[in-house]
Design a protein around this ligand. Structure first.
Ligand code: EPZ
Length: 417
């Protein structure tokens, strides 16, 4: 088990470049299956989830080359349509290969998705949408088989909930389908528009990416393209929350501030000064944050569920009581028991967490439970005086490239053992 050892208690100061978005590059690697020729992706982060996605490509018979932050996929029709069970279990987002494999080959076989412990991660919205596009779904021996022997046919799809993954799967499945698909109540996260921009650059006919209504008119084939992945807004939110928690002041480069307005608003309410221009954000934090009376996670452009643990951790030493309501994932608070080891005073009532800000938290030993919960523990360790040890950091490596190196660049004392 790998660990971070962190000596906390001092403000973060300095400048950092933010990497490409994990939750954008994963669907883009899947979308490469729909193309013929070379798909070149720039600004890809070095993450274990990206490695897992590339392993899935390989298992489907597609070759790729990874050079630094560039990934070149030699796109073609997959040799098979099964996502191996061990790769499905590695990460939940492997479900995103469902739409592209089905859309390209007319068949896809997956096992129930794995991933972090954010609660039952159903894929009912994905399944009902793909059925509407003409896929027949059968289950046996824990495998789900999707088949559309005459190909998928476009139609109107109304999402009960604007699921990010389901929206992405429908776009992937519709790009080569017959006719037109309209997604109503589509997810509006920036990563959706990044996916539609990529597909349009390869010849797809799509409008409305990033809005709640997306129209996809199927085409016969898609060709080579080159695309730069958008910045990771949650990685940016993570370092912003770490600066806020430690009374620091940092500048982040290569970000898109317009994707972070809800995070900026919350940090301003907590007493931070936020200065941003086209692609940088500067956070100047007070010595001690003010409590934020109430924060509620919402689908984009609301406050992102992924930034919830980060803000909860920063507010654990704020002056006053903050109330946090998580409306997206059931088990988003699974990290709070570990956070309490630092002396944080947090009570949870179902989807509500009440954070009674304490003057100081102390160093502690703890273990990551999930990706963003793990980042929340790092933020607490950076705040706490003394030396803390954080275990199970494999969770953190799923979504943060070179976190220790980045934090050292901001003056933190952290090492990996
Ligand atoms: C994406 O997950 C992100 N992952 C998540 O980031 C992010 O938290 C989430 O969107 C919300 O923004 C990737 O993009 C790889 P959803 P996804 O489908 O697609 C329920 C991270 O930390 N639901 O919008 O799984 C689901 O259980 C990760 O980087 C159904 O009930 O999110 C959840 O409660 C974590 N049935 C809610 O909807 C379905 O068929 C949101 O899920 C699908 C989803």
């Amino acid at each position: 088990m790998q660990n971070f050892i962190i000596r906390g208690g001092r403000p973060l100061k300095g400048t950092l470049d933010i990497h490409g978005a994990k939750n954008s590059v994963l669907p883009l690697v899947s979308a490469a299956i729909l193309l013929n020729g070379k798909s070149v992706l720039h600004n890809c982060p070095e993450l274990s989830d990206v490695t897992a996605a590339l392993e899935i490509l390989k298992s489907l018979g597609l070759e790729y080359i990874k050079q630094g932050s560039d990934i070149t996929v030699f796109s073609k029709k997959p040799d098979n349509c099964l996502i191996p069970d061990e790769l499905m279990r590695k990460m939940r987002s492997s479900v995103m290969f469902l739409g592209s494999i089905l859309g390209r080959t007319g068949k896809a076989v997956i096992s129930t998705p794995g991933g972090c412990m954010l609660g039952p991660r159903p894929i009912d919205i994905h399944i009902s949408a793909l059925k509407k596009l003409g896929a027949k779904v059968t289950e046996n021996h824990g495998l789900l088989e999707f088949e559309a022997e005459n190909g998928l046919v476009g139609t109107d799809i109304f999402l009960d909930f604007p699921s990010v993954g389901a929206t992405e799967n429908i776009i992937l499945a519709s790009a080569l389908a017959k006719g037109t698909t309209t997604i109503h109540n589509a997810a509006r996260e920036p990563e959706i528009k990044d996916l539609t921009d990529f597909l349009i650059s390869a010849g797809a006919r799509i409008s409305g990416g990033g809005t709640d209504t997306i129209v996809i008119t199927g085409v016969d084939s898609l060709g080579s393209t080159e695309h730069t992945v958008i910045p990771d807004r949650i990685e940016a939110a993570t370092y912003m929350a770490a600066a806020a928690a430690t009374g620091g002041s940092i500048t982040l480069n290569r970000v898109n501030p317009s994707c972070l307005t809800s995070v900026n608003e919350a940090l301003k309410k907590a007493g931070c000064e936020i200065i941003s221009d086209d692609n940088t954000i500067t956070v100047i934090a007070p010595p001690r944050l003010k409590a934020v009376k109430s924060v509620e996670t919402r689908v984009y452009p609301g406050f992102p569920t992924d930034a919830g643990p980060l803000l909860i951790s920063a507010l654990s030493t704020a002056c006053g009581t903050s109330v946090f309501n998580e409306t997206i994932f059931e088990n988003r608070f699974v990290f709070i028991d570990e956070l309490s080891r630092f002396g944080a005073k947090i009570n949870t009532y179902g989807t509500v967490a009440v954070i009674d800000g304490v003057e100081n938290i102390w160093s502690a030993e703890c273990n990551c439970t999930d990706l963003r919960g793990g980042a929340a523990l790092v933020i607490a360790a950076l705040k706490a005086d003394g030396i803390s040890k954080i275990g199970n950091i494999c969770h953190i490596k799923r979504g943060y490239e070179d976190m220790p190196e980045n934090l050292r660049r901001l003056g933190a004392e952290i090492k990996e053992v």
